[in-house]
Design a protein around this ligand. Sequence first.
Ligand code: SF4
Length: 257
Amino acid sequence: MHDNPQTQGSPWVYKIQRYSLHDGPGIRTTLFFQGCPLSCTWCHNPESQSLAGPIPEEQIQPVTRDIMAEIQKDRIFYDESQGGVTFSGGEPLCQPVLLLSLLDTCRNMGIHTCLDTCGYGHEKALKRSAESADMILFDIKLVDPADHQRFTGRPPGRILENLSALSESDVRVKLRFPVIPGITDTPVNIESILDLLTRQTPFRDIHLLPYHQTGKGKYRSLGNDYQLNNVHPPGSRHLNRLQRQFESSGFSVTIGG
Ligand code: SF4
C-alpha cells in the first residue's frame, strides 16, 4: 500500500513505485495493476479497484517493453539488496496475460519477482504465475463465508481453493494477514485462520499488516463513504500478543509489510 508514485504506468498498471521496502525482500519496484475483484472495506487503494478491460494482444509487447524499461532503471539496487520487482494492485491476476509476460521477462533477465495477490483469480493463471514467480505474497483475510462476503464483496471459496492449489507448487509463499480490529482481528476469525492454515497448508511465514487509515482521504475524492471511521489502528501490545499466538502455532511472524 503506497501513496507516492514516482512513475505512472499504463492503463493496466496504474502506478509504478520505485525504492519500495515493504513488498518483499530488499529494495523493490512495485507495479500496481489496475482492477480488483474484491472491495475490502479497509482498502488503502480504492482507486485501484475499478476493472480495466483486458489488454489487447497487440499491446502486450510494447507495454511489457515500456514497463521493463522502468524496472531496469533500478537493477543496481535489486542486485545490491537482493531485491527485485513486486506485482501488486489492485489484483495482478486480473491481467494474467500481461502479468505472465512480465514475470517471464523478469525471469529471463534474472530479476527476482514477487506476486502480491488477494488470491481471487483463475486457478490456471495462479498456477502458471507460480511457475514463473520467485515468491508469492498471499492475503488471508476472513474464513467465515458471510463475513468475507460482507467485508470484501466476495465469498472466500475461490481464494481458499487457490491457496490449497499453491500447496502443491514449489514457489515460496508468504501469507499476509491484515489486522483490522473488529473485522479480521477477532478471536473467532484468528482461531479459524490458524486452524485452516495449519491443517490445510504447509505455509508458516506470515506477515501481520496493522490497519491504518492512510487511504481514507481517497474515498472522499472518489465520492465514496469511508466505513471504518470508528476503527482505530491496533496497538503494539496487541500486535505482540497476536504475534505470540501465531508463533505458538508454529508460524514465523513479521509485523508489517
Ligand atoms: S484485495 Fe487489496 S486491492 Fe483489492 S480491494 Fe482488497 S485491499 Fe484493496
